[in-house]
Write a protein that binds this ligand. Structure first.
Ligand SMILES: Nc1nc2c(ncn2[C@@H]2O[C@H](COP(=O)(O)OP(=O)(O)OP(=O)(O)O)[C@@H](O)[C@H]2O)c(=O)[nH]1
Ligand SMILES: [Mg+2]
Length: 278
């Protein structure tokens, strides 16, 4: 599928809309996935929000490896960017985000006339924007889901007294770099039809191998020999009874199952991209 044909019209419209909304906001909160901070950053979002005050949240930090998360955080901060780790599974991270917002509100009050602090939450699909919003307001204000493209329109929500937040639909760049396709598939930011699921599964299996974490797969699927990704995928298929009529292994189903297990957090924490050595 060609990128130009794939890039949905709704996303192009949402990007245009966001450009207008940016004029109304004091702060842009960009959510990226802590496991893949390069691929999950949309350069288009960076470009259109470059004149705004920004906070980068390395979100779903609970799914990334602790030590690598810290290295990524250091990497962003070293480059002069405001950044923090974030996860709805780690309340301390959400609390420090709230404290940050309260400080921002006080500063705004001090410097300008009385109006609420307005922030917008942006990022690629499925990175956790609406879930974070719901967690912050303590109710299901926005629809969430484990698929990309859940939020369709924009939505303002009052977060605290004097702080308003705009939830936005996930945005991907119109042209994805080839290196980003598999990480984005692994974290569930791309619809399955966008990439070859078996190749994506091979790529992810390779990451488990590289990070020395094959034992996690052994525990989940049993009886795996450490071997080439294609063979491991076939073994996963066998162990999970993914069979086609006639008894051949249904590799497509095995790949979907394995990717879903990674996305669902059933395979421990695994970072997909490493920060450059500083
Ligand atoms: N492990 C983990 N999962 C999370 C976290 N935050 C969100 N999720 C999950 O990520 C999935 C996507 O969440 P959403 O909030 O719908 O993502 P979104 O960015 O609003 O997605 P779009 O509306 O499609 O752009 C859901 O299954 C959430 O439960 C987190 O901090 N840790
Ligand atoms: Mg959403």
């Amino acid at each position: 599928m060609k990128d130009a044909q794939w890039y949905p019209g709704t996303m192009a419209r949402a990007a245009g809309r966001l450009q207008k909304d940016l004029r109304l906001v004091d702060l842009v909160v960009e959510l990226i996935d802590a496991r893949a901070p390069v691929s999950s950053r949309n350069p288009e979002l960076e470009r259109i929000s470059k004149n705004k005050q920004k906070l980068i949240l390395l979100h779903k930090a609970d799914r990334g490896e602790k030590e690598i998360n810290s290295r990524w955080l250091f990497y962003f901060q070293k480059r002069g960017l405001q950044a923090a780790l974030s996860s709805v599974q780690v309340p301390a991270t959400v609390n420090s985000f709230l404290e940050f917002l309260k400080r921002q509100k006080t500063q705004l009050r001090g410097s300008r006339f009385k109006r609420p602090l307005r922030l917008v939450i942006v990022g690629i699909p499925n990175v956790g924007k609406s879930t974070l919003l719901n967690y912050l307001v303590g109710r299901a204000a926005a629809r969430t889901g484990d698929r990309p493209g859940i939020t369709r329109g924009r939505q303002w929500v009052r977060l605290l007294a004097g702080v308003e937040l705009l939830d936005t639909p996930g945005l991907l760049p119109p042209l994805l770099s080839p290196e980003a396709v598999f990480p984005l598939t692994a974290i569930g930011a791309l619809p399955p039809e966008r990439a070859d699921q078996q190749q994506a599964a091979h790529w992810l299996l390779q990451r488990y191998r590289e990070r020395g974490k094959m034992s996690v797969l052994l525990e989940r699927y049993g009886g795996l020999e450490e071997d080439a990704p294609a063979k491991v995928l076939a073994q996963i298929g066998t162990s999970r009874g993914c069979l086609l009529p006639g008894g051949k292994i249904d590799l497509e189903r095995a790949a979907a199952l394995f990717l879903a297990d990674y996305q669902g957090g059933n395979l421990g924490s695994l970072s997909l991209e490493l920060p450059p050595q500083l």
